[in-house]
Design a binder for this molecule. Structure first.
Ligand code: ZN
Length: 182
């Protein structure tokens, strides 16, 4: 079991686009294990590699009590139907806001052995896949909010106890995230 510190908003790694994985080796499988352990410990619904300071296109997910999964180098196909629901992020402890996302997604990528994988999901799984893939592009959920909602979120961030350190980090979220944290 290897739980890593989760990087918080304000850490530049969260705004840095991640590199595609090229080597499907033991080191990559260790990264998937670290991400899975850290996600389950938090606990979170999903976790992307930049959130533990690793700039590779890898994320893990754990939705609706199914087995935890992972996806590498994801490419998404989004449904035209959208869905607005509450969303949180492990890099923004304690904050949950409504965010509009595509209702369904087909995600193609690879597992840690380099085998092609397709994940189809709707609702929370689709939301999670979109949220985590955004992390790999340096995009955060505040970027997906409408302007009024973002303004309210930024106010709450500036008031948060974790905000303001040069590179704030927590090992475990001190806040209840209502099962919405990604
Ligand atoms: Zn997140």
């Amino acid at each position: 079991m290897s739980v890593k510190p989760i990087r918080l908003f304000g850490d530049p790694v969260l705004r840095t686009p991640a590199e595609p994985v090229r080597d499907f080796d033991a080191e990559l499988r260790r990264l998937v294990k670290d991400l899975t352990d850290t996600m389950l410990d938090a606990p979170g619904v999903g976790l992307a590699a930049p959130q533990i300071g690793v700039g590779l296109r890898v994320f893990t997910y754990h939705v609706d009590d199914n087995e935890p999964g992972h996806l590498i180098n994801p490419v998404l196909d989004l449904s035209p139907e959208t869905d607005e629901d509450d969303e949180g992020c492990l890099s923004f402890p304690g904050l949950v806001y409504p965010v509009e996302r595509a209702w369904g997604v087909v995600a193609k990528g690879f597992n840690s052995y380099g085998d092609p994988v397709t994940i189809e999901g709707t609702e929370l799984l689709a939301r999670c896949i979109q949220h985590e893939t955004d992390h790999l592009d340096g995009v955060l959920f505040i970027d997906r909010m409408d302007p009024a909602q973002r303004k309210q979120a930024m106010k709450a961030i500036r008031a948060a106890e974790w905000w303001g350190d040069p590179v704030p980090q927590v090992k475990v979220s001190p806040h209840e995230t209502f099962g919405k944290a990604l």
